[in-house]
Design a protein around this ligand. Structure first.
Ligand code: AP5
Ligand code: ZN
Length: 217
């Protein structure tokens, strides 16, 4: 099964993708995570991407399409993928269609996670992750069971993203509405766009997505 989670920054794409990975044996493909790994490794792509990401703008299409083309060809993606944060422009969606056509694969569902802009800022500015295993948390909505200790790996170090500040979030939301929202009619016309209420709590959203996937099989 191949699916896309589509939604604004902070909609819960990463949170739900990690749950779907565990439940369905799919692989999460997050271009944001891949770009942050390139930044941390100091690669040429990472050096170019860092300033753009810090401004909350989109990295050029050819860069992210190249990253996804390499990753999607790896053997562990054979059982299916969850795209998280890609495609983000119509040009990226067209490039993805061409990549999938080459391998004879198809998209089973594109799931739009709908969340109000006001809630997104609160979610993003309160977000942090475990430095060791990457598990996601939130100051208000998703705290570890034991304060300061990761539920998943027992790690005690946490980190916050450089672009998770109110000013950059504003640019990221603008980029979403101007460049990514046009993907909604693109996939709607293909009859594969489904919507879930991303304002609901995390478990409830997972339930809604499971409902969509049950119908898509
Ligand atoms: P990227 O890493 O993709 O960031 P994003 O789209 O801005 O999305 P986020 O990771 O911020 O949010 P999310 O939807 O995953 O939410 P999460 O689950 O963490 O991109 C970063 C940058 O990289 C871009 O700005 C761009 O520069 C570049 N880039 C990446 N891909 C690109 C591409 N394809 N083309 C060009 N440039 C690209 O949840 C957020 C918080 O809310 C968490 O703390 C979580 O615990 C909490 N939460 C989640 N669900 C709920 C809920 N239902 N209720 C309450 N709280 C919740
Ligand atoms: Zn951890």
């Amino acid at each position: 099964m191949n699916i896309i989670l589509l939604g604004p920054p902070g909609a819960g794409k990463g949170t739900q993708a990690k749950r779907l990975e565990a439940a369905h044996g799919l692989v999460q493909l997050s271009t944001g995570d891949m770009l942050r790994a390139a930044v941390a490794a100091g690669t040429e792509t990472g050096l170019k991407a860092k300033a753009i990401m810090d401004r909350g703008e989109l990295v050029p299409d050819d860069v992210v399409v190249g990253i996804i083309a390499d990753r999607i060809a790896e053997p562990d993606v054979k059982n299916g993928f969850i795209l998280d944060g890609f495609p983000r422009t119509v040009a990226q969606a067209v490039a993805l269609d061409a990549l999938l056509a080459k391998t004879g694969e198809d998209l089973d569902a594109v799931i739009e996670m709908q969340v109000d802009d006001a809630a997104l800022t609160e979610r993003i500015t309160g977000r942090y992750t475990c430095a060791k295993c990457g598990a996601g948390y939130h100051d208000t909505f998703q705290r570890p069971k034991i304060e300061g200790v990761c539920d998943r790996c027992g790690g005690t170090e946490f980190k916050r993203r450089a672009d998770d500040n109110a000013e950059t979030v504003k640019s990221r939301l603008e980029a979403y509405h101007a460049q990514t929202a046009p993907l909604l009619p693109y996939y709607e016309a293909r009859g594969i766009l489904k919507r879930v209420d991303g304002m609901a709590d995390i478990d409830e959203v997972t339930g809604q997505i499971e409902g969509v996937l049950a119908g898509a099989k």
